[in-house]
Every structure is written in C-alpha cells, then in structure tokens.
Design a protein. Structure first.
Length: 180
C-alpha cells in the first residue's frame, strides 16, 4: 500500500530564499508551457517536451530535470475528461514536483534538494507517527509551501495491516441522527 507522508523542511533563511526562487521560477515555466499548450491544443508530454524544453532551459534557468518536471506537471494537469476547457494557470507558490534525480534523502533527517543555486542539504522533520525508511520511499515528492513553511509530500510504501474479521454483530447504522 502506498501512503503520502508530509515532512517539514527546516531550511536556513538562505535556503528558504533559494527554495522560494526555485518554486516561483518553476511555476513561471509551467504557466508558459500551459498557455502555449492550450493555444495549440497540444497536451502530450513528449510533444510539449520537444517543443519547449530548450526554451525553458534557456529562458527560465531551470536544470534539465526541473524543466522536464515542469512540462510533465502541465501535461498531467490537462489529462482527463473536461480538463481542457480553459487554460490552466499555476500560482507562484504551487507545488514543485521532484523525483529521485533532483531530490535524495541523505538520512532520515536531511534531504538534498536541487534549487536554482544548486543542491542544498536541508534538515527534515518527520512526525513520530510516520516512521520513514529510505528503502520505502517510492517515486516522486512534491515540495509545497504553506503558511510560510516548506513541506515535502513523500510517497512511501507501507505494509498493509491484516484485516480484522469481526465475529457476530458490531452494530447497525440506520441513518438516524440521534441514536437511542
């Protein structure tokens, strides 16, 4: 079973500014790709990447993998029925999608994350309820910014609990508001 754990980042002031600048530039690139994608009604990741990768690298200063992740974010936002009715816009502090090429856990309490200024080693806090093991981390993580704090939403693989087989009757919900 896959679960998402929300881990708090504890950056220095300098690291915080680097993360903010990266997030804002990433979302500017997403807005560029989204506007062109909608105008041309082209939503496939590969097509968008062929058309816009070099422009994003040259004009937004994103690394190769951050440029690829920005294009993928836009493409995924248009996926599904009814998602192409109007152009999508991304707020300056919308999530940045990181994968294992641009984010790595150095230990269970620090993460190496790519910014516009290069990699930064940032302390990480994970609640006791969410025992994170590096070998259980799967796929990508989203960097989010909420109320002045950065968090990483990390997908981890968790063991499934054995199902509880109840014996007898536990109760009946009759949809009543006031149960006698």
């Amino acid at each position: 079973m896959l679960l998402t754990i929300k881990a708090k980042l504890n950056p220095t002031d300098e690291q915080q500014q680097a993360l903010l600048a990266t997030m804002e530039r990433f979302n500017e690139a997403c807005n560029y790709v989204s506007s062109i994608s909608y105008q041309e009604q082209t939503f496939g990741k590969r097509t968008l990447q062929k058309q816009h990768y070099r422009y994003i690298r040259d004009n937004y200063g994103l690394s190769a993998q951050l440029a690829v992740r920005a294009i993928a974010k836009v493409s995924e936002s248009y996926r599904g029925k009814g998602h192409r009715q109007e152009p999508h816009t991304f707020k300056p502090h919308s999530a940045v999608v990181y994968d294992q090429r641009i984010l790595s856990f150095k230990s269970l309490d620090s993460v190496s994350i790519l910014t516009l200024e290069g990699r930064k080693l940032i302390p990480l806090s994970i609640g006791a309820y969410a025992q994170l093991e590096q070998r259980r981390v799967r796929g990508q993580a989203d960097l989010i910014f909420q109320k002045g704090t950065f968090y990483l939403c990390v997908v981890v693989e968790a063991e499934e609990d054995t199902p509880y087989n109840a014996e007898g009757c536990l109760g009946v919900d009759l949809g009543l508001v006031n149960i006698a």
